[in-house]
Write a protein that binds this ligand. Structure first.
Ligand SMILES: [Zn+2]
Ligand SMILES: [Zn+2]
Length: 244
């Protein structure tokens, strides 16, 4: 379809209908491609724990039907007339934010996540008044500002969790000057974000110790993720030995 096509696209997603935690198929329309919009055919989407919180209304702000998903990797199928960064066939990613005011101090200093008018990928309302729906879906229409290129050679299914969990640890390490090799650091908890922290800090050349509440994840940390050390936080003498 060309960008001038007047018919709206139908997407099929997996939607939560209430706080029960079950997702079921849901058809909805996507907006027509605006000048700066990119149509993304979803290939993979990670599951972040926030998706579960939102689907089950743990934050008390859920709107249903809700299609979660904010670690999205897909293929560009169409671009608006003013899109310069992408062309059809590109492999791209979409994260947690799909809109912002573009004028406030956070927006003009590459801190759009602090914009008071930012728009979440789902469980929010877009500028056209329609609900936003996320990546547990066949397709999304996203402003090019909030679309990132996935480098060639990176497997799309492994790239997907980088769009939230990965960037959550990568961004502060870069911004606070902790990307220079040779530091000693601890990762508290080996969950969705923590395991990314181990891999990214190792890739930056750091000495990485996993700190966990039990011995349960020692094998995963040491053998699978190649951490340099493992500490059980309830072991007072082991913790005292590394004090400072
Ligand atoms: Zn997330
Ligand atoms: Zn703003």
């Amino acid at each position: 379809m060309g960008s001038g096509d007047a018919s709206e696209r139908t997407a099929v997603g997996w939607a939560a209908r209430d706080a029960g935690g079950h997702l079921s198929p849901y058809s909805y329309t996507l907006r027509n491609t605006g000048p700066e919009d990119v149509v993304v055919k979803v290939l993979y989407c990670g599951i972040c724990h926030t998706d579960i919180h939102q689907a089950k209304n743990h934050l008390g702000m859920s709107r249903y039907p809700m299609v979660p998903g904010h670690e999205v990797v897909g293929e560009v199928s169409e671009v608006g007339v003013e899109v310069t960064k992408f062309t059809a066939g590109d492999i791209v990613g979409v994260g947690l934010i799909v809109g912002c005011c573009r004028q406030c101090h956070p927006c003009t200093s590459s801190n759009e996540q602090y914009c008071s008018k930012k728009i979440w990928s789902y469980n929010d309302v877009y500028t056209d008044g329609k609900p936003t729906q996320g990546g547990f879906s066949s397709a999304m229409v996203v402003d090019q500002k909030f679309v990132v290129r996935i480098p060639a050679g990176m497997s799309p299914e492994q790239a997907a969790p980088l769009l939230c969990a990965g960037v959550t640890v990568y961004s502060p390490l870069k911004r606070f000057g902790l990307a220079t090799p040779g530091l000693h650091g601890g990762i508290l908890g080996l969950g969705g974000v923590g395991h990314m922290g181990v891999m990214i800090a190792k890739a930056m050349g750091h000495h990485v110790t996993v700190i966990s509440s039990s011995d349960k994840k020692r094998g995963e940390a040491m053998d699978h993720l190649a951490a340099d050390g493992y500490l059980v936080s309830s072991d007072a003498s082991a913790m005292a030995a590394v004090l400072g």
